[in-house]
Design a protein around this ligand. Structure first.
Ligand SMILES: NC(=O)c1ccc[n+]([C@@H]2O[C@H](COP(=O)([O-])OP(=O)(O)OC[C@H]3O[C@@H](n4cnc5c(N)ncnc54)[C@H](O)[C@@H]3O)[C@@H](O)[C@H]2O)c1
Length: 429
Protein backbone atom coordinates (compact mmCIF):
# COMPACT_ATOMS: atom_id res chain seq x y z
CA UNK A 1 0.00 0.00 0.00
CA UNK A 2 2.73 2.52 0.94
CA UNK A 3 4.17 2.21 -2.53
CA UNK A 4 0.82 2.03 -4.30
CA UNK A 5 -0.42 4.85 -6.48
CA UNK A 6 -3.95 5.52 -7.74
CA UNK A 7 -4.33 7.09 -11.14
CA UNK A 8 -7.68 8.77 -11.77
CA UNK A 9 -8.73 8.89 -15.43
CA UNK A 10 -7.64 6.19 -17.85
CA UNK A 11 -7.33 8.42 -20.90
CA UNK A 12 -4.12 9.23 -22.77
CA UNK A 13 -2.39 10.80 -19.79
CA UNK A 14 -3.74 8.47 -17.11
CA UNK A 15 -3.19 5.17 -18.91
CA UNK A 16 0.33 6.13 -19.94
CA UNK A 17 1.06 7.24 -16.38
CA UNK A 18 -0.39 4.09 -14.84
CA UNK A 19 1.36 1.71 -17.24
CA UNK A 20 4.73 3.51 -17.03
CA UNK A 21 4.63 3.57 -13.22
CA UNK A 22 3.84 -0.15 -13.19
CA UNK A 23 6.75 -0.57 -15.60
CA UNK A 24 8.92 1.12 -12.98
CA UNK A 25 7.89 -1.50 -10.45
CA UNK A 26 5.18 0.40 -8.62
CA UNK A 27 1.78 -1.03 -7.76
CA UNK A 28 -0.85 1.04 -9.57
CA UNK A 29 -4.63 1.19 -9.31
CA UNK A 30 -6.24 2.90 -12.31
CA UNK A 31 -9.65 4.47 -11.73
CA UNK A 32 -12.09 5.46 -14.41
CA UNK A 33 -15.80 6.20 -14.59
CA UNK A 34 -16.14 4.12 -17.77
CA UNK A 35 -16.55 0.37 -17.33
CA UNK A 36 -15.01 -0.40 -20.75
CA UNK A 37 -11.76 1.33 -19.83
CA UNK A 38 -11.52 -0.45 -16.49
CA UNK A 39 -12.32 -3.79 -18.17
CA UNK A 40 -9.70 -3.20 -20.88
CA UNK A 41 -6.93 -2.58 -18.34
CA UNK A 42 -8.05 -5.53 -16.20
CA UNK A 43 -7.81 -7.81 -19.21
CA UNK A 44 -4.32 -6.52 -20.07
CA UNK A 45 -5.25 -4.22 -22.92
CA UNK A 46 -4.76 -0.51 -23.43
CA UNK A 47 -8.09 1.34 -23.67
CA UNK A 48 -6.60 3.58 -26.37
CA UNK A 49 -4.11 3.56 -29.21
CA UNK A 50 -0.71 4.93 -28.26
CA UNK A 51 2.63 3.49 -29.44
CA UNK A 52 4.18 1.18 -26.84
CA UNK A 53 1.21 1.37 -24.50
CA UNK A 54 -0.45 -1.95 -25.29
CA UNK A 55 2.78 -3.72 -24.39
CA UNK A 56 3.22 -1.82 -21.13
CA UNK A 57 -0.37 -2.45 -20.04
CA UNK A 58 -0.01 -6.14 -20.83
CA UNK A 59 3.21 -6.38 -18.83
CA UNK A 60 1.69 -4.40 -15.94
CA UNK A 61 -1.31 -6.71 -15.93
CA UNK A 62 0.71 -9.94 -16.05
CA UNK A 63 3.12 -8.77 -13.33
CA UNK A 64 0.09 -8.01 -11.13
CA UNK A 65 1.29 -4.44 -10.59
CA UNK A 66 -1.42 -2.77 -12.68
CA UNK A 67 -5.14 -3.12 -12.14
CA UNK A 68 -8.16 -0.87 -12.55
CA UNK A 69 -11.40 -0.17 -10.72
CA UNK A 70 -14.55 1.93 -10.88
CA UNK A 71 -14.43 2.32 -7.12
CA UNK A 72 -12.61 5.54 -6.18
CA UNK A 73 -12.88 4.93 -2.47
CA UNK A 74 -11.26 1.50 -2.68
CA UNK A 75 -8.40 2.97 -4.74
CA UNK A 76 -7.76 5.77 -2.24
CA UNK A 77 -7.85 3.35 0.69
CA UNK A 78 -5.32 1.13 -1.05
CA UNK A 79 -2.82 3.81 -2.04
CA UNK A 80 -0.67 6.57 -0.58
CA UNK A 81 -0.83 8.91 -3.56
CA UNK A 82 -3.58 9.78 -6.02
CA UNK A 83 -2.64 11.19 -9.41
CA UNK A 84 -5.57 13.02 -11.00
CA UNK A 85 -5.47 12.83 -14.81
CA UNK A 86 -9.12 13.24 -15.77
CA UNK A 87 -10.19 15.37 -18.71
CA UNK A 88 -10.66 19.15 -18.58
CA UNK A 89 -12.33 19.88 -21.92
CA UNK A 90 -13.34 23.36 -23.10
CA UNK A 91 -16.96 24.44 -22.89
CA UNK A 92 -18.56 26.21 -25.85
CA UNK A 93 -17.86 29.57 -24.18
CA UNK A 94 -14.15 28.71 -24.03
CA UNK A 95 -14.12 28.14 -20.26
CA UNK A 96 -12.69 24.95 -18.84
CA UNK A 97 -15.02 22.22 -17.69
CA UNK A 98 -13.82 21.39 -14.19
CA UNK A 99 -16.63 18.93 -13.34
CA UNK A 100 -14.50 15.79 -13.71
CA UNK A 101 -11.65 17.14 -11.59
CA UNK A 102 -14.06 18.38 -8.93
CA UNK A 103 -15.90 15.04 -8.90
CA UNK A 104 -12.62 13.17 -8.36
CA UNK A 105 -11.46 15.63 -5.67
CA UNK A 106 -14.79 15.09 -3.88
CA UNK A 107 -14.40 11.31 -4.11
CA UNK A 108 -10.85 11.38 -2.74
CA UNK A 109 -11.85 13.75 0.09
CA UNK A 110 -14.83 11.55 1.00
CA UNK A 111 -12.68 8.41 1.02
CA UNK A 112 -10.14 10.11 3.30
CA UNK A 113 -12.89 11.27 5.64
CA UNK A 114 -14.13 7.69 5.92
CA UNK A 115 -10.66 6.27 6.52
CA UNK A 116 -8.36 9.10 7.62
CA UNK A 117 -4.64 8.65 6.81
CA UNK A 118 -1.70 10.46 5.27
CA UNK A 119 -2.31 10.90 1.56
CA UNK A 120 -0.91 12.97 -1.30
CA UNK A 121 -3.10 14.23 -4.12
CA UNK A 122 -1.29 15.27 -7.29
CA UNK A 123 -3.38 17.11 -9.88
CA UNK A 124 -1.97 16.53 -13.36
CA UNK A 125 -4.94 17.65 -15.47
CA UNK A 126 -4.45 20.94 -17.30
CA UNK A 127 -6.51 23.53 -15.46
CA UNK A 128 -6.62 27.34 -15.19
CA UNK A 129 -4.43 29.13 -12.64
CA UNK A 130 -6.17 29.18 -9.27
CA UNK A 131 -7.85 25.80 -9.73
CA UNK A 132 -5.69 23.83 -7.29
CA UNK A 133 -6.09 26.49 -4.61
CA UNK A 134 -9.87 26.48 -5.14
CA UNK A 135 -9.99 22.66 -5.01
CA UNK A 136 -7.99 22.65 -1.79
CA UNK A 137 -10.30 25.24 -0.23
CA UNK A 138 -13.38 23.28 -1.27
CA UNK A 139 -12.28 19.73 -0.53
CA UNK A 140 -9.11 19.52 1.54
CA UNK A 141 -8.97 22.52 3.89
CA UNK A 142 -8.38 21.56 7.49
CA UNK A 143 -7.07 18.12 6.49
CA UNK A 144 -3.54 16.79 6.45
CA UNK A 145 -3.78 15.81 2.80
CA UNK A 146 -0.77 17.07 0.86
CA UNK A 147 -1.86 18.60 -2.45
CA UNK A 148 0.49 19.22 -5.37
CA UNK A 149 0.11 20.32 -8.95
CA UNK A 150 2.44 18.72 -11.47
CA UNK A 151 1.77 19.77 -15.07
CA UNK A 152 2.05 17.00 -17.64
CA UNK A 153 3.93 17.79 -20.86
CA UNK A 154 3.64 14.50 -22.71
CA UNK A 155 2.51 14.46 -26.34
CA UNK A 156 0.30 11.82 -27.88
CA UNK A 157 2.15 9.34 -30.14
CA UNK A 158 5.37 9.87 -28.16
CA UNK A 159 3.56 9.80 -24.82
CA UNK A 160 5.39 6.82 -23.31
CA UNK A 161 8.82 8.22 -24.15
CA UNK A 162 7.77 11.73 -23.01
CA UNK A 163 6.49 10.36 -19.70
CA UNK A 164 9.64 8.37 -19.03
CA UNK A 165 11.94 11.21 -20.11
CA UNK A 166 10.01 14.42 -19.59
CA UNK A 167 11.14 17.55 -21.44
CA UNK A 168 10.43 19.50 -18.26
CA UNK A 169 9.34 18.46 -14.80
CA UNK A 170 7.92 21.08 -12.49
CA UNK A 171 6.45 20.71 -9.03
CA UNK A 172 3.67 23.08 -8.01
CA UNK A 173 3.28 23.62 -4.27
CA UNK A 174 1.24 26.03 -2.18
CA UNK A 175 4.10 28.47 -1.57
CA UNK A 176 6.43 27.50 -4.42
CA UNK A 177 9.23 27.30 -1.92
CA UNK A 178 9.38 23.71 -0.80
CA UNK A 179 12.38 21.81 -2.01
CA UNK A 180 12.02 19.89 -5.24
CA UNK A 181 12.04 16.57 -3.45
CA UNK A 182 11.46 13.52 -5.60
CA UNK A 183 7.88 12.35 -5.66
CA UNK A 184 7.19 8.64 -5.66
CA UNK A 185 7.12 7.46 -9.25
CA UNK A 186 7.46 10.90 -10.80
CA UNK A 187 11.18 11.30 -10.22
CA UNK A 188 12.82 14.58 -9.32
CA UNK A 189 11.89 18.06 -10.50
CA UNK A 190 13.72 20.76 -12.43
CA UNK A 191 11.84 23.56 -10.73
CA UNK A 192 9.39 24.31 -7.92
CA UNK A 193 6.68 26.89 -8.56
CA UNK A 194 3.54 28.02 -6.77
CA UNK A 195 0.39 26.09 -7.73
CA UNK A 196 -0.87 28.96 -9.89
CA UNK A 197 2.48 29.41 -11.64
CA UNK A 198 2.73 25.70 -12.42
CA UNK A 199 -0.85 25.76 -13.75
CA UNK A 200 -0.08 28.77 -15.95
CA UNK A 201 3.17 27.19 -17.14
CA UNK A 202 1.25 24.43 -18.90
CA UNK A 203 -0.88 26.95 -20.83
CA UNK A 204 2.21 29.08 -21.56
CA UNK A 205 4.01 26.04 -22.99
CA UNK A 206 1.13 25.07 -25.23
CA UNK A 207 0.57 28.66 -26.39
CA UNK A 208 4.31 28.89 -27.13
CA UNK A 209 4.23 25.70 -29.19
CA UNK A 210 1.22 27.02 -31.09
CA UNK A 211 2.95 30.38 -31.60
CA UNK A 212 6.05 28.69 -32.99
CA UNK A 213 4.05 26.43 -35.29
CA UNK A 214 1.92 29.34 -36.52
CA UNK A 215 5.03 31.44 -37.07
CA UNK A 216 6.74 28.69 -39.04
CA UNK A 217 3.63 28.32 -41.19
CA UNK A 218 3.46 32.07 -41.83
CA UNK A 219 7.12 32.03 -42.85
CA UNK A 220 6.29 29.09 -45.10
CA UNK A 221 3.55 31.09 -46.85
CA UNK A 222 5.85 34.10 -47.30
CA UNK A 223 8.51 31.79 -48.70
CA UNK A 224 6.16 30.14 -51.16
CA UNK A 225 4.90 33.52 -52.28
CA UNK A 226 8.47 34.69 -52.86
CA UNK A 227 9.35 31.47 -54.68
CA UNK A 228 11.73 30.15 -52.04
CA UNK A 229 11.66 27.21 -49.66
CA UNK A 230 11.08 28.50 -46.14
CA UNK A 231 11.76 25.01 -44.75
CA UNK A 232 15.42 25.71 -45.49
CA UNK A 233 15.10 29.18 -43.96
CA UNK A 234 13.53 27.82 -40.77
CA UNK A 235 16.08 25.03 -40.52
CA UNK A 236 18.81 27.67 -40.60
CA UNK A 237 16.89 29.78 -38.07
CA UNK A 238 16.81 26.77 -35.75
CA UNK A 239 20.59 26.46 -35.79
CA UNK A 240 20.96 29.67 -33.79
CA UNK A 241 20.70 28.52 -30.21
CA UNK A 242 21.90 31.82 -28.76
CA UNK A 243 19.18 34.14 -29.99
CA UNK A 244 16.53 31.99 -31.71
CA UNK A 245 16.03 28.66 -29.96
CA UNK A 246 17.01 29.98 -26.56
CA UNK A 247 15.85 31.93 -23.52
CA UNK A 248 16.60 35.20 -25.32
CA UNK A 249 13.55 37.44 -25.75
CA UNK A 250 11.51 35.32 -23.33
CA UNK A 251 11.68 37.63 -20.33
CA UNK A 252 8.50 39.63 -19.65
CA UNK A 253 9.38 43.31 -19.31
CA UNK A 254 10.41 46.05 -21.72
CA UNK A 255 8.35 46.56 -24.86
CA UNK A 256 10.45 45.86 -27.93
CA UNK A 257 12.11 48.77 -29.69
CA UNK A 258 15.26 49.79 -31.48
CA UNK A 259 16.13 50.30 -35.09
CA UNK A 260 15.67 46.74 -36.32
CA UNK A 261 12.90 44.64 -34.76
CA UNK A 262 9.98 47.05 -35.25
CA UNK A 263 11.22 48.06 -38.70
CA UNK A 264 11.70 44.54 -40.01
CA UNK A 265 8.47 43.18 -38.56
CA UNK A 266 6.76 46.17 -40.19
CA UNK A 267 8.39 45.39 -43.54
CA UNK A 268 7.17 41.79 -43.44
CA UNK A 269 3.66 42.89 -42.48
CA UNK A 270 3.57 45.53 -45.23
CA UNK A 271 4.81 43.05 -47.81
CA UNK A 272 2.08 40.60 -46.82
CA UNK A 273 -0.66 43.25 -46.85
CA UNK A 274 0.32 44.63 -50.23
CA UNK A 275 0.29 41.17 -51.78
CA UNK A 276 -2.92 39.99 -50.15
CA UNK A 277 -1.06 37.42 -48.01
CA UNK A 278 -2.69 36.85 -44.63
CA UNK A 279 -0.11 36.77 -41.82
CA UNK A 280 -2.07 37.50 -38.63
CA UNK A 281 0.79 36.72 -36.24
CA UNK A 282 3.25 39.03 -37.99
CA UNK A 283 0.62 41.72 -38.45
CA UNK A 284 -0.37 41.69 -34.79
CA UNK A 285 3.13 41.80 -33.35
CA UNK A 286 3.47 45.54 -33.21
CA UNK A 287 -0.12 45.83 -31.96
CA UNK A 288 0.83 43.50 -29.15
CA UNK A 289 3.85 45.68 -28.40
CA UNK A 290 1.72 48.82 -28.45
CA UNK A 291 -0.75 47.19 -26.04
CA UNK A 292 2.18 46.54 -23.69
CA UNK A 293 3.29 50.17 -23.89
CA UNK A 294 -0.30 51.37 -23.41
CA UNK A 295 -0.45 49.22 -20.27
CA UNK A 296 2.64 51.01 -18.96
CA UNK A 297 1.08 54.39 -19.77
CA UNK A 298 -2.02 53.39 -17.81
CA UNK A 299 0.04 52.29 -14.81
CA UNK A 300 1.87 55.64 -14.77
CA UNK A 301 -1.39 57.57 -15.03
CA UNK A 302 -3.11 55.42 -12.39
CA UNK A 303 -0.63 56.73 -9.82
CA UNK A 304 -2.13 60.22 -10.32
CA UNK A 305 1.40 61.66 -10.38
CA UNK A 306 2.22 64.64 -12.57
CA UNK A 307 6.01 64.60 -12.28
CA UNK A 308 7.39 61.51 -14.02
CA UNK A 309 11.02 60.39 -13.99
CA UNK A 310 12.64 58.00 -16.46
CA UNK A 311 15.60 55.82 -15.64
CA UNK A 312 16.66 54.76 -19.13
CA UNK A 313 15.53 56.30 -22.40
CA UNK A 314 17.14 54.21 -25.15
CA UNK A 315 15.46 50.93 -26.14
CA UNK A 316 17.95 49.00 -24.03
CA UNK A 317 20.77 49.70 -21.60
CA UNK A 318 24.22 50.59 -22.87
CA UNK A 319 23.26 52.18 -26.20
CA UNK A 320 22.58 55.76 -27.24
CA UNK A 321 20.31 54.56 -30.08
CA UNK A 322 16.98 56.27 -29.57
CA UNK A 323 15.37 55.05 -32.78
CA UNK A 324 12.17 53.15 -32.08
CA UNK A 325 12.61 53.54 -28.34
CA UNK A 326 9.37 52.80 -26.47
CA UNK A 327 10.47 55.19 -23.69
CA UNK A 328 10.74 58.03 -26.21
CA UNK A 329 7.14 57.21 -27.26
CA UNK A 330 5.98 57.10 -23.67
CA UNK A 331 7.63 60.40 -22.87
CA UNK A 332 5.96 61.99 -25.91
CA UNK A 333 2.57 60.68 -24.77
CA UNK A 334 3.03 61.88 -21.19
CA UNK A 335 4.28 65.30 -22.26
CA UNK A 336 1.24 65.61 -24.52
CA UNK A 337 -0.97 64.84 -21.52
CA UNK A 338 0.57 67.58 -19.44
CA UNK A 339 3.05 65.67 -17.30
CA UNK A 340 6.44 67.12 -16.50
CA UNK A 341 9.38 64.82 -17.16
CA UNK A 342 12.89 64.28 -15.99
CA UNK A 343 15.05 61.70 -17.75
CA UNK A 344 18.37 59.99 -17.03
CA UNK A 345 20.17 57.61 -19.34
CA UNK A 346 23.91 57.28 -18.81
CA UNK A 347 24.49 56.28 -22.44
CA UNK A 348 22.53 59.10 -24.00
CA UNK A 349 24.35 62.38 -24.26
CA UNK A 350 22.20 64.55 -26.46
CA UNK A 351 24.99 66.97 -27.25
CA UNK A 352 26.96 64.13 -28.78
CA UNK A 353 24.21 62.52 -30.87
CA UNK A 354 24.92 62.55 -34.57
CA UNK A 355 23.42 61.13 -37.74
CA UNK A 356 20.18 59.10 -37.62
CA UNK A 357 19.98 59.38 -33.86
CA UNK A 358 20.10 63.14 -33.90
CA UNK A 359 17.56 63.23 -36.72
CA UNK A 360 15.21 61.01 -34.68
CA UNK A 361 15.37 63.34 -31.72
CA UNK A 362 14.99 66.46 -33.85
CA UNK A 363 11.98 64.92 -35.56
CA UNK A 364 10.22 63.52 -32.52
CA UNK A 365 11.33 65.49 -29.49
CA UNK A 366 13.48 68.53 -30.23
CA UNK A 367 12.83 69.73 -26.68
CA UNK A 368 14.18 66.51 -25.12
CA UNK A 369 17.54 68.03 -24.20
CA UNK A 370 16.09 70.20 -21.50
CA UNK A 371 14.41 67.20 -19.87
CA UNK A 372 17.65 65.27 -19.45
CA UNK A 373 19.04 65.11 -15.93
CA UNK A 374 22.66 64.62 -14.98
CA UNK A 375 22.08 61.70 -12.62
CA UNK A 376 19.59 59.07 -11.52
CA UNK A 377 19.49 60.77 -8.11
CA UNK A 378 18.35 64.00 -9.71
CA UNK A 379 15.52 62.21 -11.56
CA UNK A 380 14.39 60.40 -8.42
CA UNK A 381 14.50 63.53 -6.30
CA UNK A 382 12.37 65.49 -8.77
CA UNK A 383 9.72 62.85 -9.54
CA UNK A 384 6.55 61.45 -8.01
CA UNK A 385 6.59 58.33 -10.17
CA UNK A 386 9.70 56.75 -11.69
CA UNK A 387 9.59 54.57 -14.78
CA UNK A 388 12.60 52.28 -14.35
CA UNK A 389 13.26 51.07 -17.88
CA UNK A 390 16.92 50.18 -17.40
CA UNK A 391 19.05 49.27 -14.41
CA UNK A 392 21.18 52.38 -14.85
CA UNK A 393 22.07 53.40 -11.31
CA UNK A 394 23.39 51.72 -8.22
CA UNK A 395 21.01 50.85 -5.40
CA UNK A 396 23.26 52.85 -3.03
CA UNK A 397 22.78 55.94 -5.16
CA UNK A 398 19.01 55.49 -5.21
CA UNK A 399 18.71 54.54 -1.53
CA UNK A 400 19.72 58.05 -0.47
CA UNK A 401 16.97 59.79 -2.39
CA UNK A 402 13.88 57.52 -2.60
CA UNK A 403 10.81 58.55 -0.58
CA UNK A 404 7.92 56.41 0.72
CA UNK A 405 5.37 58.56 -1.12
CA UNK A 406 7.01 57.83 -4.49
CA UNK A 407 5.93 55.17 -6.96
CA UNK A 408 8.36 53.18 -9.04
CA UNK A 409 7.24 51.12 -12.01
CA UNK A 410 9.79 48.45 -12.84
CA UNK A 411 9.74 47.83 -16.59
CA UNK A 412 12.93 45.85 -16.85
CA UNK A 413 12.75 43.27 -14.08
CA UNK A 414 15.18 45.18 -11.84
CA UNK A 415 13.88 43.35 -8.80
CA UNK A 416 16.26 44.96 -6.27
CA UNK A 417 14.12 48.08 -6.58
CA UNK A 418 11.58 46.25 -4.45
CA UNK A 419 13.95 46.48 -1.50
CA UNK A 420 13.90 50.30 -1.43
CA UNK A 421 11.33 52.22 0.64
CA UNK A 422 9.01 53.42 -2.13
CA UNK A 423 5.87 51.96 -3.72
CA UNK A 424 7.14 49.30 -6.08
CA UNK A 425 5.09 47.91 -8.94
CA UNK A 426 6.23 45.63 -11.76
CA UNK A 427 5.03 46.36 -15.29
CA UNK A 428 3.76 42.82 -15.75
CA UNK A 429 4.47 40.89 -12.55
N1 LIG B 1 -3.78 14.18 -24.26
C1 LIG B 1 -2.64 14.82 -24.11
O1 LIG B 1 -1.74 14.76 -24.95
C2 LIG B 1 -2.38 15.61 -22.88
C3 LIG B 1 -1.08 16.02 -22.57
C4 LIG B 1 -0.84 16.72 -21.40
C5 LIG B 1 -1.89 17.06 -20.58
N2 LIG B 1 -3.17 16.68 -20.91
C6 LIG B 1 -4.23 17.03 -19.97
O2 LIG B 1 -4.44 15.89 -19.15
C7 LIG B 1 -5.84 15.73 -18.84
C8 LIG B 1 -6.32 14.40 -19.36
O3 LIG B 1 -6.17 14.38 -20.76
P1 LIG B 1 -6.47 13.05 -21.60
O4 LIG B 1 -6.15 13.38 -23.01
O5 LIG B 1 -5.82 11.90 -20.94
O6 LIG B 1 -8.06 12.95 -21.40
P2 LIG B 1 -9.03 11.78 -21.89
O7 LIG B 1 -10.30 12.43 -22.27
O8 LIG B 1 -8.32 10.90 -22.87
O9 LIG B 1 -9.23 10.91 -20.57
C9 LIG B 1 -9.90 11.39 -19.44
C10 LIG B 1 -10.42 10.19 -18.69
O10 LIG B 1 -10.98 10.63 -17.45
C11 LIG B 1 -12.08 9.78 -17.20
N3 LIG B 1 -12.94 10.39 -16.18
C12 LIG B 1 -13.77 11.45 -16.28
N4 LIG B 1 -14.40 11.68 -15.10
C13 LIG B 1 -13.94 10.76 -14.23
C14 LIG B 1 -14.20 10.48 -12.87
N5 LIG B 1 -15.04 11.22 -12.15
N6 LIG B 1 -13.56 9.44 -12.29
C15 LIG B 1 -12.69 8.70 -13.00
N7 LIG B 1 -12.41 8.92 -14.29
C16 LIG B 1 -13.02 9.93 -14.91
C17 LIG B 1 -12.76 9.63 -18.54
O11 LIG B 1 -13.64 8.53 -18.57
C18 LIG B 1 -11.52 9.43 -19.43
O12 LIG B 1 -11.16 8.08 -19.54
C19 LIG B 1 -6.52 16.93 -19.48
O13 LIG B 1 -6.58 17.97 -18.54
C20 LIG B 1 -5.58 17.31 -20.61
O14 LIG B 1 -5.71 18.68 -20.97
C21 LIG B 1 -3.43 15.96 -22.02
Amino acid sequence: MSNTVSVFGLGYVGTVTAACLAGRGMAVIGVDAKTEKVDAVNSGHSPLVEPGLENLVRQGHSSGLLRATLDASEAVRGSSTSLVCVGTPSLSNGRVQMDHVRAVAAQIAAALRESPKAHTVVFRSTMPPGSTRALVAEFFSGTTTRVLYVPEFLREVSAVHDFLEPSLSVLGTEDGESTAEALEGLGSFDEVLRWEEAEMLKYACNAFHALKAGFANEMGRVGKFLGLDARRVMAALGRDERLNISRAYLKPGNPIGGSCLPKDVGVLAALARSEGLKLPLIEQMMDSNQAHLDHLTRLVEATGARRVGFLGLAFKAGTDDLRGSPMVSLSETLLGRGHSLSIFDPSVNLTRLIGANEAEIQRRMPHLARLMAASAAEVVSESEVIVAAQPCASLEELRDCVRPDQHVIDVNGWRELETLPWRYEGLCW
